[in-house]
Design a protein around this ligand. Structure first.
Ligand code: NI
Length: 417
């Protein structure tokens, strides 16, 4: 599929789904600069932790497109951190985050600005997320929040390394709250989801090694067969979600790989299973992990094997707290009107490393509609995925206004003390 045609670097074309109220926030040159930036990012995607050109391009955009002083833009690894000055020195500081990395996918969109890098593609819309952050910086520079706004252009979201690195670098020390969003083609351009509660899942991975002892395949009585044990464990593990998790609570336990053996006449010593656990609340996350450990141990005992299980904790569930989500909804109403707010509906069990920030500070993560009129709800991480160009303006305007609303609320709370 192709995006609506638009003059290279031109202002948003007429007849699109972005309300005139939003369009009027962007001068022709700002709109053109943002469209050009997004297309350039899309054409030159870089994988996680290799975003050097992307970071350079974004640092330049923060000064040249958003108008920030050079001294207020810095690189931290392949992250770019900007600071938009507020109206009142000493007022509470909030942050806006846009992720910037691409995926190892061969693009098949046919877009005129499709990836020029074989096998690498912005298939998750991070080209647009980065452009939102630059656009929001421009709008905030023109109409500042009470406090400073830290612009976080974050690398390595796809491998769950970027948010942790930004936090470890101390970039967000003293920041009161953080906001960000993701493009979503299930929603039309102009619709925004800013629900309280779960928005993305935890993603923990596990490896289970079943160790027995091998034998000739014709003399099974001399073995402790890990292949039979693995089969029993795969079947038994299905009962964890089916019989231990509350039926109204989303959870996934997938055993995705099983490796054992070398030849059809040898019982091997060991079998290795790997998989993923997805949940949207901490209690279910712990329950599924503990049940899997218990079951692996019990099955191993039953089959005279030893189970060695390791669980690698990925991002936690992303759960929007009420108050920051309410500030985001207020911003959406101001910028787009009451009817723009859409309910999330069924929770997506993909993970999002923005959840790492919410472990440390309040905030809200939005889903921002990115389907052009008449377009299909293509899923992210597909070679056909692209966010509608007009979603650039919605995301930038909503995030800028969310920063103003939350900053104002923190200032009011500070004054009330
Ligand atoms: Ni993404």
């Amino acid at each position: 599929m192709t995006a609506p045609a638009q003059a290279q670097g031109g202002a948003p074309s007429a007849g699109t789904s972005v309300p005139a109220a939003i369009r009027s926030l962007f001068s022709g040159s700002l709109a053109g600069g943002l469209v050009q930036l997004r297309r350039a990012l899309h054409q030159h995607p870089e994988l996680s932790l290799a975003e050097t050109e992307t970071a350079r391009r974004l640092a330049t955009a923060l000064t040249d497109v958003a108008g920030l002083p050079r001294a207020d833009v810095r690189l931290v690894g392949t992250a770019v951190i900007g600071r938009v000055r507020g109206r009142q020195p000493g007022a509470p500081v909030v942050a806006l985050r846009g992720d910037i990395d691409a995926l190892p996918i061969q693009e098949a969109t046919g877009l005129p600005f499709a990836s020029q890098v074989p096998g690498v593609m912005h298939a998750c819309g991070h080209d647009v997320h980065a452009t939102w952050a630059v656009g929001a910086a421009a709008l905030l520079a023109a109409a500042p929040a009470p406090g400073d706004v830290v612009i976080v252009l974050q690398p390595a979201e796809e491998i769950d390394r970027g948010a942790a690195a930004v936090l470890d670098a101390g970039v967000l020390d003293g920041v009161a709250a953080i906001f960000g969003g993701h493009v979503d083609r299930r929603f039309a351009v102009g619709q925004v989801v800013a629900d309280d509660g779960p928005l993305a899942a935890s993603a923990d991975t596990f490896t289970i090694e079943l160790v027995g002892h091998g034998a000739h395949a014709a003399r099974p009585q001399e073995s402790a067969d890990p292949v039979v044990g693995a089969g029993a464990l795969i079947v038994a593990a299905q009962a964890i979600v089916a019989r231990r998790v509350h039926p109204a609570t989303p959870a996934v336990l997938t055993i995705a790989t099983l490796h054992a053996g070398t030849a059809n006449n040898i019982i091997p010593d060991r079998a290795v299973l790997t998989g993923t656990i997805r949940t949207v609340d901490p209690a279910t996350r712990r329950l599924v992990r503990e049940e899997l450990e218990r079951m692996a141990g019990a099955i191993a005992t039953a089959y005279r094997l030893e189970a060695r299980i390791t669980v690698e904790l990925g991002p936690p569930p992303l759960v929007n707290p009420h108050q920051p989500a309410e500030w985001a909804r207020q911003a959406v109403r101001t910028v787009l009107g009451d009817r723009a707010l859409a309910p999330l509906g069924i929770v997506n069990l993909a993970a999002e490393d923005f959840a790492r920030y919410l472990e440390r500070m309040p905030g809200c993560f939005l889903r921002i509609g990115a389907r052009e009129p008449g377009g299909d709800p293509i899923a992210a991480h597909s070679p056909h995925f692209t966010a509608a160009e007009e979603s650039i303006f919605v995301g930038a305007a909503v995030l800028a206004e969310t920063a103003r609303v939350s900053s104002q609320a923190y200032l009011a709370a500070q004054a009330a003390k």
